[in-house]
Design a protein around this ligand. Structure first.
Ligand SMILES: [Zn+2]
Length: 218
């Protein structure tokens, strides 16, 4: 049976010892840090450093002598994002005490891509913004969506904004893609073939800028 920690190895452990310093069952001093799990933020692992023999072990392998990201990130790379805040100081002390870690041959620190684990900002894809053009026209969104749709493709002598505003003034709605509501495709210079083919396939009227202008003003 293992002796209790209080009188480990026949020695009484000093009171008021610094945080993170505990004696194991042999009475050896080990430093411990708490490291968050990579996959489950609610879980954590203990990484221990034996100040007597200099061995680093992690609870994810049941304190076996297996190298892992919970050792690599905080104690070799010096990252702190995944270390419990109250253990940052202990992690710093371990790094200062131990010789530099040589990771095993072939070790890939794939945790580096895990920004959330490292406490780095993660870029989130912006939510698609809802069009508010109907508000500018003083009509409801529903009414706007019921309008016939026009798609402009290629370059024109007038700006795209102007073309869109003009179309809206005449009861149309401008869109970027051909869909089932599209009634006209206005083709400028250097127009791509994809929209033309889509328009042809959908039976959408294909117009030059001149004939489009005539159409809406007529
Ligand atoms: Zn581990």
């Amino acid at each position: 049976m293992r002796p209790t920690a209080v009188i480990a190895g026949g020695r009484r452990i000093r009171r008021g010892r610094p945080r993170g310093r505990v004696a194991d069952w042999r009475g050896e001093m080990i430093l411990k840090i708490c490291v968050r799990s990579k996959s489950n933020p609610g879980h954590h692992h203990f990484v221990s450093y034996d100040t007597d023999c200099g061995q680093v072990r992690c609870s994810c392998s049941d304190f076996d002598d297996i190298y892992c990201a919970h050792i690599d990130a905080p104690l070799r790379a010096g990252e702190r994002g995944m270390v419990f805040e109250q253990d940052h100081e202990t992690a710093d002390r371990i790094m200062a005490m131990m010789p530099p870690i040589e990771p095993p041959v072939g070790w890939k620190a794939s945790w580096q891509r895990n920004k959330a684990w490292r406490g780095l900002p993660t870029r989130k894809r912006a939510a698609p913004t809802k069009s508010t053009r109907h508000a500018a026209l003083g009509i409801s969104e529903e009414d706007m969506l019921r309008r016939p749709c026009v798609v402009f493709t290629g370059t024109f002598s007038v700006s795209r904004n102007e073309l869109v505003a003009q179309a809206e003034q005449h009861g149309w709605r401008a869109a970027g893609m051909i869909n089932f509501q599209t009634r006209a495709l206005v083709v400028g210079e250097k127009a791509g073939g994809r929209k033309l083919r889509a328009a042809e396939a959908a039976g959408v009227e294909i117009l030059s800028l001149a004939s489009w202008s005539e159409r809406i003003s007529g």
